[in-house]
Design a protein around this ligand. Structure first.
Ligand code: SIN
Length: 353
């Protein structure tokens, strides 16, 4: 009997507990967070995907932007940088951006030619002679016009970044005269204007995504390639090539892009902070890429057996003569006013140098 009474009391207690226990204390909304946790729950996350290594000008600039964005918003914005094409390769990243599968990318301007041929302007041979030329164009009105090119495709242009001038490498022979290119296969970025330059040199252009360059070179799918020193260094391409010509014949730049709907959804003060962070990261990046290209050329020269040749003025003239018709090809393809404005601007810059 005693046992029965005791168990009945226990059951009643349990029922009362269920009825009156303040379970709302356990509900998600009412957990009392400390300030840090509260910040986390409100954080805005921006995924920034790119295809190069972390220790490259683009990789470092993306991290710099992430750090500045966090500082300027007191930790509200968290930019997650995903390098090496691990999230999206350079063939996939534009689609992913438009679908908001990723919020930021920074493709090379050459790869943007698949959306608008105007970007091919930056692929013209010997367009820029120094990194200062690049900065002058990027900060000019015409440079800023490029950022507005894709607004109808749900893409906001945030900034133009520079990785500097490109050099040529080959496993077969030193590239000094235009004839040295004949018959060799060169990996290029997908851009008709770049492809035409190699065809004019009677070489075979092979467009390939960046993440496949090292393995394809190892498998002898091509003999040569062109890139900036920092990309040649960080992907260890110099280990697989015997000759390098410091030709400064082409330019590698990036356009930093954000999904436009995502950008529009951000509070105004956050947009202002991100714009400032991007301006600072851009200035930092231009200086850093110049420094890295110089330093890493020294390391390649010292630590590898690659033979380095500096293109002479005479050789440069010969390359230019072969490549000049490419300018006309582009003029025939793109909006005339856009090109005229660009060339006019470039002419004025050259006059004042
Ligand atoms: C990059 O710097 O984003 C890659 C360039 C390339 O594909 O050569």
């Amino acid at each position: 009997m005693k046992y029965l009474i005791a168990s009945s009391i226990l059951v009643i207690i349990v029922i009362l507990c269920f009825l009156f226990y303040p379970f709302e204390l356990f509900s998600h909304e009412n957990i009392s967070y400390d300030d840090e946790q509260k910040g986390l729950s409100e954080q805005i996350t921006i995924r920034f995907s790119h295809v190069v290594a972390e220790n490259t000008p683009k990789g470092l600039a993306a991290q710099k932007f992430a750090q500045l964005a966090s500082e300027k918003t007191d930790g509200l914005v968290n930019v997650e940088v995903v390098p090496n094409g691990t999230l999206f390769t350079d063939e996939e990243e534009l689609d992913a951006l438009m679908k908001n599968d990723v919020q930021m990318i920074a493709p090379s301007v050459s790869k943007m030619t698949k959306l608008a041929l105007e970007w091919g302007l930056f692929d013209l041979p010997f367009l820029f002679q120094t990194n200062e030329d690049v900065t002058a164009v990027f900060t000019s009105e015409i440079g800023q016009n490029f950022l507005k090119l894709h607004e109808d495709e749900n893409i906001k242009g945030m900034a133009l970044w520079s990785n500097g001038l490109k050099q040529m490498t080959s496993s077969v022979k030193a590239l000094k005269k235009p004839e040295d290119f004949i018959g060799q296969r060169f990996r290029i970025m997908p851009s008709d204007i770049i492809a035409e330059q190699f065809r004019r040199l009677e070489a075979v252009p092979i467009p390939l995504p960046f993440d496949q360059v090292y393995v394809s070179l190892e498998a002898n799918r091509f003999e040569g390639q062109e890139n900036t020193i920092s990309n040649i260094y960080s992907r260890r391409l110099y280990e697989l090539q015997n000759y390098m010509t410091i030709s400064n014949h082409g330019f590698l730049g990036y356009v930093v892009l954000m999904n436009k709907e995502f950008w529009n959804s951000l509070p105004k003060d956050v947009q202002t902070s991100l714009t400032e962070a991007m301006e600072e990261a851009t200035t930092w990046m231009i200086n850093e890429s110049m420094k890295m290209n110089k330093q890493q050329l020294k390391v390649i020269d010292k630590d590898s057996s690659i033979q380095i040749h500096y293109l002479t003025n005479e050789e440069r003239e010969a390359w230019l003569n072969k490549l000049m018709p490419v300018y006309q090809t582009l003029y025939n393809q793109v909006n005339e006013k856009f090109v005229k404005d660009f060339i006019e601007q470039r002419r004025k810059q050259l006059e004042t140098q």
